[in-house]
Design a protein around this ligand. Sequence first.
Ligand code: PGA
Length: 257
Amino acid sequence: MSDVRKKLVVGNWKMNGSLSANAQLLQGLVENVPVDAVDVAVCPPFVYLGQAASALVGCRIALGAQNLAAFAGGAYTGEVSASMLRDLGCEWVVVGHSERRAYFGESDALVVEKLRLALAAGLRPIVCVGETLDQREVGLAEQVVGQQVDAVTCGLSAAEADSVVLAYEPVWAIGTGRTATPEQANQMHVFIRERLSAAGWSGEGVRVLYGGSVTADNASLLFDRPDIDGALVGGASLVAGNFLAICAAAARVSSGI
Ligand code: PGA
């Protein structure tokens, strides 16, 4: 396994938090983040990025955003550009989360536009792919995920692959408490790698995270699977102890303990 496949655990806070709740959460994370065996990042809402950036100074937890504008800058009321995110210290940005695709009409084409802007600004995108329950039940899971992956590889150059992380998030597992089994998840991760390789990317070199009701209880079994390189964590990232336990599980698996 290449160094690029070091386990990565990312907290997606979604539209949650307040100045005081964040302060408590960030303090808990900063004081207890596990050693270097795992990469860790948190993605607070835009308005709290400055607060998180200050709290994370000198800490090995990286900062990320949950979204970015599909424009570089200018008269786009209410939007936040890639360069602004860099300015605030973001290293990562989540792109194409299923909630953005479902509630804000984000298409594959828009996702690719955002990926290009993110990369141009020096951000590392975490691009989300995943099928709905209906799609899985009629046997379309691989077709849907394959098309989402193809949009990424068609829209970017293979040279950009090093900076991109994929997150497989079956929509039916997000916020539902219903996790994909480690076997189901690993199978899709293998499929994603094959699809990346077929497009001329180094499928074996790209990190593929799993997301969807990851908890301290199921994280180890997921991380044990060879093709699961970490997790994108929603609900369980809002409590320091829960998120840290997931990070610790990743660190344990990485260290072979
Ligand atoms: P969840 O969310 O962990 O609450 O299921 C994951 C995500 O949407 O990234």
